[in-house]
Design a protein around this ligand. Structure first.
Ligand SMILES: [Ca+2]
Length: 210
């Protein structure tokens, strides 16, 4: 009787869970259920940044918790040494002027810097897009989305860096990460079933009760 078991768990790169279209470089990070692309090497208007994220299969980052805020601030300041504001995926471009995340949800968590907030620094009919300010520990500031022209007025397009987010592919547990070797066993269990290894789910050369 012999039975060979080989546990082949690939030493995968963490970013393997990110969409294939997203470049693998130092600006791509995995945190929780998401891949984040820290686009701190160029500045774009909100709509350009939004388009860049969507072209790669993502959206501008949604920041719904203090935990994500702290993570972004830590990465921006400590990993990339970047303290300037970055676009996140929150704006009031909706017809009724309500703030909405790019994933279609309404803000619950909010983190406005003192004196900032919906429509605080511009007239009521100019669209507002939101930035996260690393130097203010991730507090939010609202800026003109930079759509260029509104009515008779022309605006200078605000261009900032930004963070894209992508769903990370779920990595399943050891049950599927481990492959069972071809089963060889010289015991005939007949009507009974072979017992499965409790740790890996592979059949063992032992008979159980039918
Ligand atoms: Ca503002």
């Amino acid at each position: 009787m012999y039975y060979i078991f080989s546990a082949e768990v690939a030493a995968a790169e963490a970013t393997d869970v990110c969409p294939p279209a997203v470049p693998r470089d130092e600006y791509l990070q995995v945190y929780g259920d998401f891949c984040y692309q820290f686009v701190i090497y160029r500045q774009r208007s909100y709509s350009q940044a939004d388009q860049d994220c969507r072209r790669q299969g993502g959206i501008l980052a949604v920041v719904k918790s203090q935990d994500i805020t702290d993570y972004f601030v830590d990465q921006l300041l400590n990993k990339y040494g970047y303290a300037d504001k970055v676009w996140i995926g929150l704006n009031d471009k909706d017809a009724d002027g309500a703030l909405m995340w790019e994933d279609g949800t309404s803000p619950g968590y909010s983190n406005w810097a003192p004196g900032q907030g919906p429509r605080s620094t511009h007239t009521t009919n100019i669209q507002g897009c939101v930035t996260l300010v690393p130097s203010l520990l991730g507090k939010w500031d609202d800026d003109s989305c930079g759509n260029g022209i509104f009515g008779v007025m022309t605006f200078t397009q605000n261009r900032f860096s930004y963070i894209c987010q992508f769903h990370a592919r779920r990595v399943t547990t050891s049950a599927t990460a481990v492959s069972c070797a071809p089963f060889v066993c010289d015991i005939d269990c007949g009507e009974e079933q072979y017992i499965k290894d409790p740790d890996y789910g592979c059949p063992t050369c032992q008979c159980g009760s039918a």
